[in-house]
Ligand binder design. Structure first.
Ligand code: SP5
Ligand code: ZN
Length: 341
């Protein structure tokens, strides 16, 4: 398995996030990537390759140009207003307040960032661009003959939509990878999103497309973040009707229940007969994860990897969530080793 990682991703390190009325330590921290790198090395995976900078074209194939320009310039604009610490939105254009795009950086923060857990610091743009480059490089490797690859992306991506950041995500790494595979000749690509949270961004990006299947196992929006998407009756629209499959799961979901839902998702994936698979790999499903309300044991991870290997398809793993930093590397490597064994 080829491994891709850019150390530039480590520089994005906001200090805090807002949780239940108080500022807490930012959970999506650089140590996450270091935990995964250490576990990969200990398990004998090859040293990561650094991505080559492909410019902005792969990003702009998925994201809105004005949104990308906002991400690229927001910190400078925020600083110009006199602020010195991280930029967070504090007001949002929720239904009822209006639909005009503002010009101020304060207004644009709420326009483009849908929650308070996704701040912008000086290093954010360079890190998120390096993450997109990492996903793109992994997709190129798979498109040119590698049977599998792991793109160690951070920050994660699956909550980022065409013109929206949120849930620690700025650019949708998995979507960029899927589009790269399409552009390199794969006729149909399936994205299997196993992160604990619904991949609202990936769903939105491909909702009306029939060439990319999106299958997601996640916490039911009845109780889980991101609260507004991930319903079982969201199945796609137009040319994409039937190519979104949401499998919302209850609080307390066990490993056996999770693996049964995986079978359901893989049955749909098999019918779709993709040429390549992108796995949005979050391990925040784990019972010990600070964000998880599932009871999924670590045994699920090698089982997932083995099951995916059984598909016999070119497969790119793209890192998403997982916040139990001490065990994160072990859980991620559990999936990848299960795939390789
Ligand atoms: C990529 C990814 O996994 N993003 C997750 C973002 C979740 N952010 C908000 C979570 C709010 C959960 N509420 C607190 C639960 C404490 N047990
Ligand atoms: Zn997650």
């Amino acid at each position: 398995m080829r491994v891709f990682f850019s150390p530039r991703q480590l520089a994005h390190a906001p200090a805090s996030e807002f949780s239940r009325g108080e500022m807490i330590a930012f959970r999506e921290c650089p140590v996450r990537a270091q935990s995964i790198l250490a576990a990969l090395a200990a398990a004998g995976f090859p040293a990561p390759s650094q991505p080559v900078d492909p410019g902005l074209a792969p990003v702009l194939a998925i994201h809105d140009g004005e949104y990308v320009e906002f991400l690229r310039t927001a910190w400078t604009r925020w600083r110009a207003g006199g602020a010195t610490v991280a930029a967070y939105p504090t007001a949002w254009p929720v239904p009822g307040i209006g639909e005009r795009r503002p010009d101020t950086v304060e207004g644009l923060l709420g326009w483009y960032i849908f929650d308070s857990g996704t701040p912008i610091v000086a290093e954010t743009w360079d890190a998120v661009k390096a993450g997109a480059d990492t996903a793109h490089a992994g997709a190129l490797a798979v498109a040119t003959g590698a049977h599998s690859a792991f793109a160690l992306c951070r920050p994660p991506g699956h909550h980022a939509a065409r013109a929206l950041a949120g849930g620690y995500c700025y650019l949708n790494n998995a979507a960029i990878a899927a589009q790269t595979l399409r552009d390199q000749g794969a006729g149909r690509v399936a994205i299997l999103d196993v992160d604990y949270h619904h991949g609202n961004g990936t769903q939105e990006i491909f909702y009306e497309r029939g060439d990319v299947l999106f299958v997601s196992l996640h916490a039911d929006p009845a109780f889980g973040y991101p609260y507004y998407t991930g319903y079982g009756d969201q199945s796609g629209r137009g040319a994409g009707e039937g190519t979104t499959l949401n499998l919302p799961l209850a609080a307390g979901t066990t490993e056996a229940e999770w693996l049964a839902a995986l079978e359901h998702g893989l049955a749909r994936l098999g019918e779709f007969a993709p040429d390549a698979v992108v796995v949005s790999l979050g391990v925040d499903t784990w019972a010990g994860d600070p964000l998880s309300h599932f009871k999924v044991s670590a045994r699920a991870f090698p089982a997932l990897g083995a099951r995916l290997a059984g598909l016999g398809l070119p497969t790119l793993f793209v890192m998403e969530g997982g916040y139990a930093t001490a065990e994160l590397g072990k859980n991620v490597v559990g999936v990848l080793s299960g795939f390789e064994d």
